[in-house]
Write a protein that binds this ligand. Structure first.
Ligand SMILES: Cc1cc2nc3c(=O)[nH]c(=O)nc-3n(C[C@H](O)[C@H](O)[C@H](O)COP(=O)(O)OP(=O)(O)OC[C@H]3O[C@@H](n4cnc5c(N)ncnc54)[C@H](O)[C@@H]3O)c2cc1C
Length: 487
């Protein structure tokens, strides 16, 4: 039988569950299919930088697959609703008997796959969905009472216990050469209309090879110091692997394995005790990767988070500010709070933002400006090269105190103290906020402050805005609004 592998957010050859199975069970070759659907990408707020990385990664994938005699067919769907039928049609036209794909867990994607199963059945094709996006299938990790976890720490323990089980996080075999077939691969488009990226391609080189080499380099050079370095946005202390996880050029299993092997524990595998024995750097990094798994687990357990609903439903009674000028200033990085503006400008220039600054900017929007977290979530998604619904929603609802395991509403980051603590020399701010490049010393954290900022004359000279909001009064306003929910 000839099989069809439908690629989506799993653009790699190695450690790919559905591809490995499609190849293992095929007797008459394998065909790859990828659907370009601008309508679906627009509906899901894909950022141009993300689409650009997808296309460049796809181009490399097509080459690698050709080397395995697997032609990649890139087809275009005009509407999101056409995707499922188009895949079944393409698979049938290529003489396939079954379609294989790795599951995606968001509500629309789940509905699309149910439609694909129906379309395939109607065309006389098998349809096989495999679990691959997370190292461990999200719905299979449960509390003792069989419920989904809504708190991270016990989830992490349960995840580690599952990881230790037979085959828990083991890597899938890379496919070998397939039987040559007379189907041509099609060209991968270099761009898709409406998704012209302003982020230069060299910021995020495309492809599985680059993703794996980035992972290896980080495992060798960055993991050891990760626990300390990870919080400083001015240093290269994190892996920056997230865009490659989002497009699936690398898998979470490969990340876990890289950490285990850096700690010399690959042969021993992973369990709660093994994780405790890991050195601080790799151990902490694995925990961060598990956060990604946790948020996917939450999305599967409470699908309403995919549909703009708060995890903590009572917080939907909050009456958010509708100050458009404030929202625009935040989006454009001109709030007058340097660390916030640096983060937003990093996002606009590179499609990525450091985790610490994602938390600071998200808390500033939702607490100090008191603007609805959904607006920030959407703006991030529309600009992030690593936009991933589960983590983006999880991060936003954490920051807004509306989510699982969220920051308590009264613990509001002070962006200035955060800036002084995590960008002590101000190098991150100076890098992204041009107007402050020549400001020396700690004044860079709040240049307009009468006590800690620049001397009067210099303050007048810089073309950097004064803060658009009073940090302490706005903090009190947010706390009062959350307290009123309890009345
Ligand atoms: C408001 C907000 C929005 C976010 N939106 C996204 C998003 O759209 N896509 C995304 O991948 N991550 C998101 N995150 C999580 C986190 O900021 C990024 O995963 C991280 O900054 C990526 O950089 P890195 O690869 O260098 O991470 P590293 O520190 O090297 O961590 C390795 C990997 O672990 C995972 N990870 C690390 N921290 C977190 C976390 N807090 N939550 C979930 N997973 C984590 C990521 O997959 C990451 O690539 C968001 C966080 C916040 C606070």
């Amino acid at each position: 039988m000839r099989n069809c592998m439908w690629f989506r957010s799993d653009l790699r050859v190695e450690d790919n569950t559905a591809l490995a199975e499609a190849c293992r069970s095929a007797t008459d070759g394998v065909v790859g299919v990828f659907v370009v659907c601008a309508d679906q990408w627009r509906g899901h707020d894909y950022a141009p930088a993300r689409v650009d990385l997808i296309l460049r990664t796809l181009a490399e994938l097509s080459e690698r697959l050709a080397g395995l005699n697997i032609p990649l067919r890139v087809v275009e769907a005009a509407r999101a609703g056409d995707v499922a039928g188009l895949v079944a049609k393409e698979a049938a036209a290529c003489g396939c008997g079954a379609v294989f794909a790795n599951a995606e867990y968001e509500v629309d994607e789940t509905a699309r796959d149910a439609a694909a199963a129906r379309e395939c059945a109607a065309a006389g094709l098998g349809f096989h969905l495999r679990h691959d996006q997370t190292a461990i299938e999200p719905a299979t990790i449960r509390t003792g009472e069989g419920r989904f976890f809504s708190v991270f720490s016990p989830f992490r323990k349960a995840w580690l216990r599952r990881g230790a089980e037979e085959g828990g996080v083991s890597l899938r075999p890379a496919p070998g050469k397939q039987k040559p077939i007379s189907i041509e691969r099609t060209a991968v488009p270099a761009r898709v209309k409406g998704f012209e990226s302003r982020v230069p391609a060299e910021v995020w080189p495309g492809g599985e090879r680059h993703a794996l080499s980035r992972l290896r380099t980080f495992a060798k050079e960055g993991l050891e110091g990760y626990k300390v370095e990870r919080d400083y946005p001015g240093r290269a202390g994190t892996s920056r692997i997230s865009p490659y996880l989002t497009v699936g050029a690398v898998s979470t299993r490969q990340c876990v394995h890289a950490a285990l092997s850096a700690a010399g524990l690959e042969a021993k595998g992973l369990d709660v005790k093994g994780h405790e024995r890991m050195p601080a750097g790799p151990g902490h990094w694995v925990s961060e990767v598990v956060w990604r798994e946790f948020f996917t687990h939450v999305l599967v357990g409470w699908p309403r988070v995919c549909m703009g609903r708060a995890f903590q439903i009572h917080t939907e009674r909050l009456r958010w500010s509708e100050n458009e000028e404030h929202f625009r200033a935040w989006c454009e990085g001109r709030t007058g709070v340097p660390i916030v503006d640096a983060g937003m400008r990093e996002l606009l220039a590179t499609g990525w933002m450091h985790n610490r600054v994602r938390m600071i900017t998200a808390m500033f929007l939702t607490k100090n400006l008191f603007i609805d977290w959904r607006r920030g979530e959407r703006f991030f998604m529309r600009n992030l090269v690593d936009g991933f619904l589960a983590s983006n929603n999880g991060g936003w609802q954490w920051s807004a105190s509306t989510g699982t395991d969220a920051a308590p509403y009264f613990r509001i980051f002070n962006p200035i103290s955060q800036s002084e603590k995590f960008d002590p020399e101000g190098s991150y701010i100076r890098r992204w906020v041009e107007e402050l490049r020549d400001v020396e010393g700690p004044a860079v954290h709040q240049p307009h402050d009468e006590r800690k900022g620049l001397p009067g004359m210099l303050r007048m000279k810089i073309e950097y805005p004064e803060p658009i909001v009073d940090l302490s009064a706005s903090r009190e306003r947010a706390i009062a609004a959350f307290q009123a929910l309890r009345a």
